[in-house]
Every structure is written in C-alpha cells, then in structure tokens.
Design a protein around this ligand. Structure first.
Ligand code: FAD
Length: 507
C-alpha cells in the first residue's frame, strides 16, 4: 500500500476511534468496518513483543468488564490456522497504537485475542458463534463481558469486522533459483502419524464447533466413507468405520425431522464424542513430519494436505470424481480457516470436466497445492510469518524428484517456470504418498501381532476388511474397501431408514 493511501486509512481509523460512537456508527452505516483498515498500517513484521491481550475462558469476562477503554476488538483465532498467522502482524501493528507501554492512543481501544483451538476456550468461542478463523468482533468492552454474538441477531451492540480477506495476495515472484532445501524422501514415512493427528484434530474441531447440521451431515458421512476405505492408517480406517456404522444410533436425527437447533443438543454431541476416530492413542498432541521450527507454524494444515494427497493416490480410477467432490465438500464445510476454505473451494468449483482416473485426481491436488504454495510464498516472505526452515516452494524440488523436471526450471520475470514431466510426477506421488508414507507405520492397537509390530504391508494398500461389528452388507462393502460401493450402500440404507420413518409416522 502506498504511504498516502496508508495515511488515509490511518486517519480513518484514528478519527473513527477519536470521534467515538458517532463516527463509528457512520462508518458502520457506510458498510461493515473492514479488516483492511486493520491491515493498512503496514505489515508489522518487526520483532516487537505482542501487545494484543490474549484472553481465555476464565479471564475474558472479568478483564473486559473492568476495562476503561471505549471499544474492544476481539480476534477469535486458532493457533494452527495459517491465515490467522499471516493476519497477526497486521493486528499487532494496530494493537500497538492502543495497547502497551508505548501506545500512541492508550485506553481508547483494547485489542484482544482468544485462541479457540484451546479446549478451555470452547464455550467462550461458542458464545460468540465463532464458525471460522479469524473472526473479528468489536463493541463496548462491557457488552462483551457476559455478552454473546450471533450472525442471526439483527440488533446487537457487538459488531463483526469482516471483509472475508485476511491477507493481501500478490502474484508470486520467486527471486531464488530452484529451491534447495529438498527433503529426504524417507522422511514422509513419519507423516503417517501426523495424518492420524490431523484426522483426529479435524474430528475434534467438527464436534467442538457443532458443525454437523442437516446441510453438512451428507458431506461428513461421505468423508467418513472415503477415509474408512482409503485412509492410509488402519487405526483411522477402523475408527471412521466404527463411527459410520454407529452413526444412526449416536446421531439419530436426520434431515427429514431435525432442526439445526436440535442438532446442537449437547446430548447428541457427547455421544459422538465417545468415538475416537483414530483410536484411543490419537491425538498425541505433537507433530513429527509437520513439526514447525517456529511456534504455531505447520502442524494441522500440513497434516491435512498430506492426508488429501495420500487419499488421492489410493482411490480407484472409477472413484476419482466422487473422491474429488468428497474432499472439496469436506474442506468447504469443515475447514475453519476461512481464507483457506474459500480459496480452495473456488479452485474446486473451477473443475468442470469429471476426473476419470486416479492420475488426474492426484495431479489436480498436486498442482492445486502448488498454486497455494505460490500464493503463500510471497505473503509469508513479506510478513515474516512462514517457517524459515520450510519455505514454500514449487514441489517436489528437483532434489526429491529429478525426473519430474523435463528441463531445469527457468526464471521468467521473477517467476519460476517448470516444465513438469507429469507422468514422472504421478509416479513419484504414488511412491511418496503410497508405499513410502506407510513404510514404517506401527499400529500398537492391532488385535494380533503384539505391540509395535510393523504392519506396513497391511496399510500399503487399503484392501483389508476393517474389524468392526457390522451388518453383513456393510461388512461386504467395507471389506471390498470400495468407496463407491460404500457410498451406494449408505444411500440405500438411508433411503430405507427414511421410508421406515415415514411408515412409522403414518402407518
Ligand atoms: C486445503 C488447504 C487450503 C489452504 N489454503 C490456504 C490459504 O488460502 N491461505 C493460507 O495462508 N494457508 C492455506 N493453507 C495452509 C497452507 O497451505 C500450509 O498448509 C501451511 O502454511 C503450512 O505449510 P507447510 O510448510 O507445513 O507445508 P504445506 O503446504 O502444508 O505442505 C505439507 C507438505 O506437503 C508436501 N507438499 C508441498 N507441496 C506439495 C504439492 N504441491 N503436492 C504434494 N505435496 C506437497 C511437502 O512435503 C510439505 O511439507 C491451506 C491448507 C489446506 C489443507
């Protein structure tokens, strides 16, 4: 942003703050206050300590009730959310105007944040209907104390700050030549544990945020079907199949008879919470392959990518389009990083011709991930928010897959152009996310074979029946591990169930 534009925005913010409620109301009536205002003061990438107050479920009400400030801004975020990480320097830059020892305008606005990824803050984040990250709200501090916010409420003294964008995106211009931090291909063998962690984490988030509603039930079930057939971890295949099989009992309400309100009933949530999607030892609470060298980098979103790629190489040709839609819908409905899910879904929506092969599917996710990498490369560099040991790059680097490159990469106008050999890329993906990924997997939970016995052969291809007590037909579908067959069976079962319900209601 140019300095004059920055000055205009700065003046806007300061006049908004100084003119108080009238100016704020005028700003609001002209449209919702925009996050770009909070971004406009520079990138804040210097290494100053954080001044926005980090609040939690136990001190939130008390701190805000006692605050002498005229306004409070609360950023609800998750420490694992990459878009929140990129947003933080902008937020801190503004916070420095109002909070901390060197504040230029102390006491007028109290800038705070709440990490919704911590269990102790779940109820607080629920109270403010946080359904994506980051969610920014502002209002009088005392309105927050014991107050609540919901997008459905028309009259509320607490207002959202939202333009849906959390970072400026500019075209990627790579100043380096080919990336040089190639990793050892065998390292991905440790990622299997992170995929389990990400799967359990995603399930936890879905339950914590009560995200299963009449309109999201189908995408959730489809994803369970996909992972119960093709998850690279046997533990997660077993766990997801168990949830699937018992879903009707633990979640007896269906879209025919259920209102969203009923779906939020704590009783139902607690029943689903009894299930551990990847067994009782997951989540473990740490990352291995996806472990960042800097606080809050990598982790969950890295694990999610690796899960997506590992699924993409495991589905069969005939399942590829169903798997594509299932993954896209899952990210769209359940990935609470707002920017990530929106961008990703846009890319999904641009696909108009159905995939016919595993190759097309795997290459689509690979190139889409590279497009995300391209976009983030510049942002992370500008804001200093990336992980210095794991810079974003066009992947795989040449050191990891020399044959994937037809010729050395070329720099054109600062942009790295690679002439990919897509057959080689696909073979590499199949090896990397297929056999290598599960080559040292251990399933301590295994019913036979004892503790810590390697079952790599067992998980290299997901063609084994899952040991859960299921009805014969579902058992066959699971045993064949055909995701398509499973989806088909599920639809038939649902139809029968609805039919039975109708008959019960109108005998
Ligand atoms: C669906 C989705 C959409 C996202 N969208 C955004 C967004 O819009 N904005 C944002 O700030 N963050 C977004 N993220 C998060 C972001 O992409 C990274 O996950 C995060 O910054 C952590 O990066 P990382 O260094 O761990 O590597 P990641 O990008 O998470 O990659 C994980 C691992 O996958 C491998 N890999 C890298 N590139 C490829 C590829 N092209 N094909 C196959 N494997 C590859 C590498 O081994 C890498 O270590 C998104 C995440 C997901 C899952």
């Amino acid at each position: 942003m140019s300095s004059s534009a920055g000055l205009v925005v700065f003046t806007l913010i300061v006049s908004w703050v100084f003119a108080g409620a009238a100016a704020a109301a005028a700003l609001e009536s002209a449209g919702r206050p925009r996050r770009s205002l909070l971004r406009a003061l520079g990138d804040g990438s210097d290494d100053l300590p954080d001044v926005a107050l980090e609040l939690n479920g136990s001190d939130f009400d008390a701190v805000l009730r006692q605050s002498p400030a005229r306004f409070a801004v609360v950023e609800f975020f998750a420490h694992w959310c990459p878009a929140c990480r990129n947003y933080k320097p902008h937020y801190e830059k503004v916070a420095r105007l109002f909070n901390g020892a060197n504040a230029v305008h102390p006491g007028i606005v109290v800038m705070t944040r709440v990490d919704c990824a911590h269990k102790m803050n779940s109820k607080l984040c629920d109270r403010f209907s946080v359904d994506h990250y980051p969610r920014l709200l502002w209002g009088h501090p005392r309105k927050f104390a014991s107050g609540a916010w919901s997008p459905k409420q028309e009259q509320n003294d607490i207002l959202p700050i939202d333009d849906g964008q959390t970072a400026e995106h500019e075209k990627f211009e790579n100043e380096n030549t080919l990336p040089h931090n190639a990793s050892d291909p065998e390292q991905v063998a440790r990622a299997i544990y992170d995929i389990e962690e990400a799967t359990a984490g995603a399930f936890d988030i879905i339950l914590e945020h009560k995200m299963i509603k009449p309109d999201t039930e189908a995408p959730f079930i489809k994803f369970l079907q996909l992972i119960s057939a093709h998850h690279p971890s046997k533990r997660c295949r077993r766990g997801s199949a168990e949830i699937l099989v018992n879903f009707d009992d633990v979640w007896p309400l269906d879209s025919l008879s259920t209102s969203a309100k009923d779906m939020d009933s704590p009783h139902d949530m607690s029943m689903l919470k009894n299930f551990q999607i990847c067994g009782k030892e997951v989540p473990r609470g740490y990352w291995i392959f996806c472990h960042g060298s800097k606080k809050d980098t990598r982790g969950f979103s890295c694990g999610l990518w690796v899960l997506i790629h590992s699924l993409s190489v495991r589905v069969r040709d005939e399942e590829s389009y169903l798997a594509f839609n299932t993954i896209c819908d899952f990210i769209h409905n359940f990935f609470v990083c707002e920017e990530c899910r929106r961008h990703f879904y846009k890319m999904c929506s641009s696909v108009t011709t159905p995939f016919n092969t595993t190759r097309d599917l795997a290459l689509w996710f690979w190139s889409t991930h590279n497009r995300v990498n391209d976009r983030l490369m510049k942002t992370e560099k500008a804001l200093g928010t990336g992980d210095p040991k794991f810079p974003k790059m066009r992947w795989p680097p040449k050191q990891l897959c020399p044959s994937c490159y037809r010729s050395p990469g070329r720099i054109n106008n600062g942009t790295l152009l690679v002439d990919w050999n897509k057959d080689e890329v696909f073979s590499f993906l199949v090896r990397y996310y297929g056999k290598t990924l599960v080559s040292s997997y251990k399933d301590e939970n295994r019913s036979s074979g004892g503790n810590g016995v390697s079952v790599s052969d067992d998980v290299a291809t997901s063609t084994n029946a899952v040991a859960v007590p299921v009805g014969a037909a579902l058992g066959i579908a699971l045993a064949s591990c055909a995701f398509g067959a499973l989806a088909c069976f599920w639809r038939a079962q649902q139809k029968n169930r609805k039919q039975r319900k109708r008959t019960d209601l109108h005998p």
